[in-house]
Ligand binder design. Structure first.
Ligand SMILES: O=C(O)CCC(=O)C(=O)O
Length: 254
């Protein structure tokens, strides 16, 4: 009963703000296992020259995307199936069944960790009715000082804004600066300890600054959708076309 009430409170907050912080959802032991994944998989994919791995300017791993597609077993894959995770996600998504759509590392090492320009996830994903979410797990402290996430509170309520090529490694699109400047939402920088999680709506405007501090800001993301949710394939096709044009522009400018 107590647990049910707590999950309801999280869901209310998520619906109101577009994100919710869940303290201590992941245990110390589980964080240690995820950190082992980060070490082993980063080294493995570096060797393989994995195309979804992006480095900082001093050649440390900054982000790795599409880890769910790897044909190897690792802890985070099985962790994403745990009941304590799925019960919160299913409650928030109003469903009995959800499916994993992506796993990512956002490692942002000290001193040179790169920024993630402000964006809305569903601009990339194109899940119909935005029936999806991201779970961001802190494996280190994460806050405004070391490039922690920043949310535009309640911005999930107003649809998807226009995006443009971002030029930031590991990200493709960002909301245009001139649009961002005009927005009146309150900016919130949640402070997290290892094991705390953020769950955010696919339409919330969010991003993070560079990590100029002396502390790594290590996060991993599990991305879920309602199992029955469909992708908007027309929009995905348009997005891919835009990405191809962007890729050609980037190649020319580099
Ligand atoms: O970890 C970051 O800095 C960015 C994460 C992000 O954009 C996301 O979880 O959707």
């Amino acid at each position: 009963m107590q647990v049910k009430q707590t999950i309801n409170t999280y869901k209310k907050k998520y619906n109101e703000l577009g994100f919710v912080k869940i303290p201590g959802l992941v245990s110390k032991n589980e964080i240690e296992n995820i950190k082992k994944d980060i070490k082993v998989i980063s080294a493995y994919l570096l060797k393989k020259n994995y195309k979804h791995l992006h480095l900082t300017k001093d050649n440390r791993v900054n982000t790795i995307h599409n880890l769910n597609k790897l044909k190897i077993n690792f802890y985070l894959k099985s962790f994403s199936k745990k009941k304590k995770i799925l019960s919160v996600i299913n409650k928030i998504l109003n469903t009995k069944k959800s499916s994993l759509r992506n796993l990512e590392f956002f490692l942002k090492p000290k001193k040179t960790g790169a920024s993630a320009p402000f964006h809305q996830d569903n601009y990339y994903w194109n899940v119909k009715n935005s029936e999806a979410l991201n779970v961001w797990i802190a494996c280190s402290q994460s806050n405004k000082n070391n490039g922690g996430l920043c949310y535009y509170a309640k911005s999930h309520r107003n649809g998807i804004l226009s995006h443009e090529i971002s030029y930031a490694k590991g990200t493709s699109q960002k909301i245009k600066d001139k649009i961002l400047k005009k927005l009146k939402y309150k900016k919130i920088f949640p402070s997290l300890k290892p094991g705390d999680c953020l769950i955010h709506h696919p339409q919330i405007i969010h991003g993070s600054g560079r990590n100029k501090s002396n502390k790594d800001r290590t996060g991993v993301v599990m991305s879920f959708k309602k199992k029955s949710a469909k992708y908007d394939h027309k929009k995905i096709k348009l997005y891919k076309k835009k990405m191809n044009i962007n890729f050609k522009i980037l190649k020319k400018t580099n």
